[in-house]
Design a binder for this molecule. Structure first.
Ligand code: AKG
Ligand code: FE2
Length: 377
């Protein structure tokens, strides 16, 4: 059968020559996971890194550089399709749905006339629950490669990190794995993403931000390292630092539900995407991301970790919570997706809170220090 959607090799952009202030992130070398000794060493590393930034560099994940570049190439091929074709299978934001397509230039940014420059496509899991999920023809044609990549993001990377987190928190090894079972329905997705360069004058009107400061909604985000700079993480002192591209590695961060399940011990860290440095600000910035979320029916309750108990963070009230009467991961994520995406504007006033039945995060906000604004909490 003739190939309708050939995937052209992807040319990785050159790293910036500008000097940026990079965050010093702990490296988690997953090749060590395979031996008992190595695994214990990783647990020690994680134990020390758990509470620092909430962002790590994960290496030796089993993905070759070629496999990763192939995913960027698939993303690029999708974004090269005619707009009408890309626009099929839109996300059902009104109902909190996040599988499918979101176009760029659809929303204005926080009171300005500048439009959102971010375009994305989220693919659900390759399991029997999602056989009938709408998928663009290009993805069907390359399904074998994409499905393999999708599954390995979970089995080879997220699963191992969940084991390490559980051990570091003195929980049964599979505590988090069971709550994120790849075979069960969840909002996990593989994302191809593109930021379109915008005129300097437009960027200046929205603080040069391509993605507003935010936390992610699920449990873990796996961001395949890319060479166009811009991703910045908010450090504990409130300053933003850049994430240094490291070919072949994955930048991993904790998101909201995992933070709730650990009473904030694991930090859902605020990050943003800034207009890239001058030698890269004309490049279409392609991203490949795996967003990991708890199984849809997982109650968002605090894990009974002996560590949290010793720290006084797991309280009697946490022990009394009835899991059958609690917000589920699917409910939380859907309500947040709805709040952020089912709107014609993007970005909220500094310090705005998103609340859903007792779960609360600070919503897409510009940095208070930068704006000089204050909020009463
Ligand atoms: O594009 C990036 O580097 C980060 C994207 C991001 O933070 C997100 O999609 O949640
Ligand atoms: Fe994010």
């Amino acid at each position: 059968m003739a190939i309708k959607y050939p995937i052209k090799p992807w040319n990785r952009p050159e790293p910036t020559k500008c000097e940026l202030d990079y965050a010093d992130l702990t490296n988690i070398d997953l090749s060590k996971f395979e031996t008992e000794e190595g695994k214990l060493e990783l647990v020690e590393t994680i134990r020390h890194a758990l509470t620092d930034v909430g962002f790590w560099i994960v290496t030796n994940t089993g993905f070759s550089e070629e496999e990763i570049e192939q995913q960027f190439a698939i993303g690029q091929a999708f974004f090269d399709l005619p707009l009408a074709e890309r626009q099929s299978n839109p996300c059902d934001f009104a109902n909190g749905g996040y599988f499918g397509y979101r176009g760029a230039w659809e929303r204005t940014i926080n009171g300005t006339d500048v439009k959102d420059n971010m375009e994305l496509l989220n693919l659900p899991k390759y399991t029997s629950d999602y056989t009938d999920a709408p998928r663009h023809e290009i993805f069907r044609e390359h399904e074998a490669i994409i499905a393999d990549f999708h599954r390995r993001c979970w089995y080879d990377v997220a699963r191992k990190l969940f084991v390490l987190f559980a051990l570091a928190m003195e929980l049964p090894e599979n505590y988090f794995v069971e709550r994120h079972d790849y075979q069960k329905p969840s909002q996990d997705h593989l994302r191809y993403m593109m930021y379109h360069p915008r005129p300097k004058e437009d960027d200046e009107k929205c603080r040069n931000l391509w993605s507003w400061a935010h936390t992610d909604y699920g449990s873990l985000t796996l961001l395949f390292s890319q060479t166009v700079s811009g991703l910045q993480v908010k450090m504990p002192d409130g300053e933003y630092k850049d994430i240094k591209p490291q070919r072949g590695s994955i930048v991993v961060n904790v998101a909201d539900t995992l933070s709730f399940m650990t009473k904030g011990y694991l930090k859902s860290t605020i990050h943003r995407v800034h207009r890239p440095p001058p030698d890269q600000d004309h490049i279409h910035r392609v991203g490949v991301i795996y967003g990991c979320r708890p199984n849809d029916d997982t109650p968002v309750v605090v894990a009974p970790s002996p560590l949290l108990k010793r720290l006084g963070m797991y309280t009697e009230a946490d022990a009394q919570v009835d899991p059958s009467n609690t917000v589920t991961a699917a409910e939380y994520v859907a309500s947040r997706v709805k709040a952020v995406h089912a709107s014609s504007t993007y970005g909220t006033a500094p310090g705005t809170k998103f609340k859903y039945k007792g779960l609360e995060v600070t919503e897409n906000y510009a940095d208070l220090k930068e704006t000089g604004e204050t909020v009463s909490i």
